[in-house]
Design a protein around this ligand. Structure first.
Ligand code: ZN
Length: 224
């Protein structure tokens, strides 16, 4: 994989920050520091000035809490590589999933109101409408504020979350789907939107594998 000195695609700093906060919750501060160093991203583990926002202060050094497009797709992809290198493919995958779940909670704090997820009109929707509408709202957030592109497709049994430009596996090649962080984020989003239910969420296609999009299939019927 070639590393471009000025990558073309970015997430806003605040989303990068949320991802790092989620990873920190799962890996611990020292664990995340090792991952950042192994990713060639030590700048996010110290160096930067503090910030002021709605999130905990303990995390000075992470990207600032703003919507500037400053967190590159390559940064995110390299973090996933480092997770697998340091913890092994299997454990790294589990940690990425859990980091995605933790990241959603920080994201909800930051963007929940903007998304309208707390509004009564959304909360009172029947589950059959709530899930596709929640997915559309979340996709809209990525499409509006980042270079990530998501298209939601809903059929009777599944919601298909197509990431047509994906930062998680950016520039990687693999035989297996790689976007576990995104799967974790969706798992937690579904858990939250449904009031505590679990769903089968599975990545069925991945750009790293040569597929046209990273597609995450969500079973609309909860497990419990
Ligand atoms: Zn991907």
């Amino acid at each position: 994989m070639s590393i471009d000195a000025s990558p073309a695609y970015h997430l806003p700093n605040s989303m990068g920050r949320i991802i790092l906060l989620g990873m920190e919750e799962i890996l611990g501060k020292d664990g995340l520091k090792s991952v950042l160093n192994a990713s060639g991203l030590p700048r996010w583990s110290g160096g930067l000035p503090g910030w002021s926002g709605g999130l905990p202060r303990r995390s000075g050094g992470y990207p600032p809490d703003d919507m500037h497009l400053g967190f590159s797709f390559e940064d995110l992809s390299q973090l996933q590589v480092a997770l697998e290198d340091l913890y092994g493919a299997r454990s790294g995958r589990g940690l990425a999933l859990r980091s995605g779940r933790a990241g959603f909670k920080f994201g909800l704090r930051q963007f929940g109101q903007q998304l309208g997820l707390n509004e009564v009109s959304f909360r009172l929707l029947p589950m059959s409408e709530k899930l596709p509408q929640g997915a559309e709202l979340l996709a809209g957030l990525f499409n509006q504020f980042s270079d990530e592109r998501v298209r939601v497709e809903t059929c009777e049994t599944h919601i298909l979350w197509h990431i047509e430009r994906c930062p998680v596996c950016w520039g990687r090649e693999s035989y297996e789907p790689l976007c576990h962080l995104a799967v974790g984020l969706l798992q937690e989003a579904l858990y939250w939107v449904s009031g505590g239910k679990n769903f089968i969420v599975e990545e069925i296609a991945c750009i790293a594998r040569g597929d046209p999009a990273c597609t995450i299939a969500i079973d609309r019927q909860p497990l419990d």
